[in-house]
Design a protein. Structure first.
Length: 252
């Protein structure tokens, strides 16, 4: 186990010896700028780890988050400069050009750590179109599918703030918060937005085949929220893994 300076001094005093110069981990010297002491996920014994992950496979491609939590119990928010995974965080541009469907809308500072990149609801374009065509969404809009369009209720039914909080959750390095916790909080927030819609409110609109239609807005909002949550549970794991790889470092 790696010791801080005070612990090293106490160890040297008690054992009447001089602690080896430089940072050590499991008897091996480490480069403190890029390496630190983690744990072997099977034995729990100390071993040298890279602070930052720069490839999406991370530590374990199949069970990345479980492995990372076991190997890096002292993990923290990454303050690394841009790299192959975290190339940019610029409004109007995609966070990860090869992986993301939607551009960044808001950039939020997070102390000395990497900025939060907020793109709102990240449902793929093809899925948004499919949900609109099937009638789950009233409008072909990822952030406000039951309000953003002619005849819509407007910002009242927007999921943008709910999805922005979900973005932060995926991008916050917390051992106690896994994908399910982030997704379930998103559902609760979306349903809270739906609850602000008057129960009897009707949206009159033109549907995807160009015909007049009308729907109970709150019911459609609730249905949209539940379908988005179901989709995240089924297909959101790669995005969660990518974000945690981008935003977590093994230890300080």
């Amino acid at each position: 186990m790696c010791l801080n300076d005070a612990a090293k001094a106490e160890y040297a005093r008690k054992n009447h010896c001089k602690f080896p110069a430089g940072d050590m981990c499991a008897g091996q010297p480490i480069k403190p700028s890029t390496q630190c002491c983690g744990a072997n996920r099977f034995s729990g014994k100390p071993e040298v780890h890279d602070k930052f992950q720069t490839v999406e496979s991370g530590i374990n491609a199949l069970h990345w988050w479980t492995a990372y939590k076991a190997e890096c119990p002292g993990m923290t928010q990454s303050g690394a400069p841009p790299d192959a995974l975290w190339a940019q965080c610029v409004p109007g541009q995609k966070h990860n050009p090869s992986k993301d469907d939607w551009p960044v809308v808001i950039v939020e500072k997070n102390g000395a750590s990497r900025d939060y990149c907020i793109d709102g609801c990240s449902t793929p374009k093809s899925v948004v179109w499919g949900l609109w065509k099937s009638g789950v969404f009233i409008f072909n809009d990822k952030d406000n599918p039951t309000g953003n369009g002619p005849g819509g209720i407007g910002a009242t039914s927007s999921f943008f703030n709910s999805c922005a909080a979900h973005d932060r959750c995926f991008q916050t390095c917390s051992i106690g918060t896994d994908q399910s916790a982030c997704d379930n909080k998103l559902l609760a927030d979306m349903l809270a937005a739906c609850a602000t819609i008057p129960p009897a409110h009707i949206t009159t609109f033109i549907n995807f085949i160009g015909q007049p239609d009308d729907e109970n807005t709150r019911k459609k909002c609730i249905g949209a929220a539940k379908d988005m949550h179901t989709g995240l549970q089924a297909a959101g794991s790669p995005a969660f893994k990518t974000r945690r790889t981008q935003y977590c470092q093994c230890c300080k």
